[in-house]
Design a protein around this ligand. Structure first.
Ligand SMILES: NC(=O)c1ccc[n+]([C@@H]2O[C@H](COP(=O)([O-])OP(=O)(O)OC[C@H]3O[C@@H](n4cnc5c(N)ncnc54)[C@H](O)[C@@H]3O)[C@@H](O)[C@H]2O)c1
Length: 341
């Protein structure tokens, strides 16, 4: 297996997650790790850097993996692409729509591979849902309701994620982005915002929103509703997908902490003739999953694009711009402006 010379910039939670996924994959040689926090670089058998530009300049890697705070993502991504180094970057694609457009444009100009980490698409329940919807068994998707909620924590106000200068937004940009991306992915459509309410319902001192309600309509006329929040006081991931001839529910999400509960997909077919004799209680089928393959599948897709020239189907720069356009519209409609300098 060809090994590609790789550096990871940002060795916090996601840097470690990506490192482990790449080591398991076997096709990546991690030649350097970089973080402004020196303590996080201990224990790796790789060159260590505190400054990302010198890391890229000196190591001259084939691949850069970006797992930093959102503010630095666009600069690192564009810098690497301009040097014809392929890039895998965490979501969100920067802090603003303009950041995402800038990265998309540089990728277009250079023709260098760029993939963003929208790993939720690679969760088993979502893979099953996509296959089920695309099979046509349940008819056409009519509407999707989604709730993605977080518990918060005692240090929540101080987290970089809630410092708009570093993050660009709150829970919607951090977490809701995954659900918006999934809604576009599952309906295979772009959307526009019908209305939104972006607020601080409980965390009044938080600089970013703790709650974003949004109502959207896809280009095919399907309705989408989202509540992305940090006031759920537990971790919650739920999506209801109503189709012309049936229904799909995604409940829970398998993560390392297992705090989102058991990941499952449930579906049933419309049965108004009550062939099963159970009006209002159709026969349901549920699958549960005990493995999170999302990190492995993402890295495999990225590796195959870099080494084998295969097409990237998930996390494309244009998809990143699409979801950032929706987030921008939700914030605008919700009269929420974050200054990003
Ligand atoms: N795909 C997912 O589901 C998912 C989940 C969590 C986080 N993320 C994303 O991953 C990114 C990192 O989040 P995290 O949870 O790992 O945060 P984290 O705070 O654990 O790690 C971020 C690291 O980046 C480092 N860093 C910041 N600026 C830097 C710079 N200029 N040069 C080098 N290092 C720098 C920080 O010191 C920190 O160690 C964010 O963009 C976040 O949105 C994605």
């Amino acid at each position: 297996m060809k090994k590609i010379r790789t550096v990871i910039i940002g060795m916090g939670r996601m840097g470690v997650t990506r490192y482990e996924a790449m080591m398991r994959h076997g096709g990546f040689e991690i030649v350097a790790v970089c973080d402004t926090n020196e303590k996080l670089l201990a224990g790796y058998d790789a060159k260590k850097y505190l400054e990302w530009k010198s890391c890229i300049e000196e190591v001259k890697p084939e691949v850069v993996i970006v797992c930093t705070f959102n503010r630095v993502i666009p600069d690192i991504v564009c810098y690497a692409l301009e040097k014809k180094i392929v890039v895998f970057s965490e979501k969100p694609p920067g802090r603003t729509l303009q950041d995402a457009e800038r990265m998309r444009d540089v990728q277009k100009q250079t023709g260098t591979v760029l993939k963003f980490g929208f790993n939720h698409r690679m969760h088993n329940s979502v893979i099953e849902a996509k296959a089920l919807i695309d099979s046509g068994l349940l008819g056409d998707v009519v509407c999707i309701r989604g709730v993605y909620g977080k518990a918060g924590n005692p240090n929540f106000i101080k987290e970089w994620r809630n410092n708009p200068e570093l993050s660009g937004g709150g829970i919607l940009l951090d977490q809701g982005i995954h659900m918006l991306d999934l809604m576009c992915y599952l309906t295979d459509s772009d959307a526009h915002v019908l209305g939104s309410k972006v607020d601080n319902l409980v965390w009044k001192d938080l600089q970013t929103e703790d709650s974003a309600f949004a109502m959207l309509e896809t280009d095919k006329g399907q309705l989408l509703s989202l509540h992305s929040n940090a006031i759920q006081w537990r971790h919650k991931f739920d999506m209801d997908i109503i189709c012309t001839s049936g229904y799909v529910a995604l409940n829970g999400l398998l993560t390392s902490t297992r705090s989102y509960g058991v990941e499952s997909i449930t579906y049933y077919k419309k049965d108004l003739e009550t062939r099963t004799g159970r009006l209002g209680k159709p026969r349901e089928y549920t699958m549960c999953f005990d493995e999170d393959c999302s990190w492995a599948l993402e890295m495999a897709e990225f590796y195959d694009a870099v080494v084998k020239g295969k097409e990237i189907k998930n996390g494309l720069p244009e998809e990143a711009v699409r979801v950032m356009r929706l987030i921008d519209a939700v914030y605008r409609d919700g009269e929420r402006r974050y200054e990003c300098n």
